[in-house]
Ligand binder design. Sequence first.
Ligand code: MHF
Ligand SMILES: O=c1ccn([C@H]2C[C@H](O)[C@@H](COP(=O)(O)O)O2)c(=O)[nH]1
Length: 283
Amino acid sequence: MKQYLDLCQRILDEGVWVDNERTGKRCLTVINADLTYKVGAGEFPLVTTRKSYWKSAIAEILGYLRGYDNAADFRKLGTKTWDANANENQVWLNNPYRKGEDDMGLCYGAIGRNFPKPDGGSIDLLKQIVDDLKRGVDNRGEILTFYHPGAFHMACLRPCMYSHHFSLLGDTLHLNSTQRSCDVPLGLNFNMVQVYVLLALMAQITGKKPGNAYHKLVNAHIYEDQLAPMRDVQLKREPFAAPTLKINPAIKSLEDIETWVTMDDFEVEGYECHEAIQYPFSV
Ligand SMILES: Nc1nc(=O)c2c([nH]1)NC[C@@H]1CN(c3ccc(C(=O)N[C@@H](CCC(=O)O)C(=O)O)cc3)CN21
Ligand SMILES: O=c1ccn([C@H]2C[C@H](O)[C@@H](COP(=O)(O)O)O2)c(=O)[nH]1
């Protein structure tokens, strides 16, 4: 939580205004930030200086792991966060590759679970990593990537958190996640939860101990219309003690994640937070 508030303050203190063509808004921006979550120690990075919708955040990462490419599937899991990008951005609505209502196109899990090979066919990157880790193998390239520049023109958005690199030290699993672009008031609130859950879940289904998750942000920004609530409301609040996350121990395999896991398999205990803040969302 402190790392999050420090980053928000740093953007206010050192940020540079940058125009953004896609959204037509200016962003106060810093380059490079590194956050660490001690997943093994149970330090769940849920923001307490406003109400955080952790179920929605977990639903998103589950949808990516399942390879979803449709906002309706995300809604069924419990989050509406892809509705706007799938259905409200004019450039995407005009894109001939868009398959209709709710389609997000070739991004995130639709790439990572089905990565196209130049010589034909595709690779399920996630399954390969799970199979390796279960056997205790870390080939120094256990990378789940959602980044495929050759598919950007077929997607509503390029992936923001685009790479998750898993490493084994003995029987402890670590994760390095990289994010190219970060909407700190809205996106990061979710992304911190997602990086934590990704390491916790992967450790659980591969029979390893969770270690640390290292989360790198490249372009970290606050949109101009989010600045006042961040500066005048959220940053004026005192954080509460961190809550803890409980994951159903019956989740034991990638197949479990693909077939029956729902938001009921996750519980947050001891979450005390300040009132909700509704930050504007830029499509
Ligand atoms: N501008 C922008 N920021 C993002 O963070 C973002 C995108 N676009 N597009 C793709 C995904 C979608 N994500 C989203 C989308 C919406 C919320 C959002 O509205 N959050 C509210 C309410 C959440 C709820 O009720 O479930 C919040 O207060 O956190 C958060 C993340 C993260 N990503
Ligand atoms: O998981 C996510 C997904 C998206 N974002 C934010 C970061 C940017 O504000 C927008 C994406 O816009 P680009 O023009 O494609 O960079 O969405 C996030 O923070 N986290």
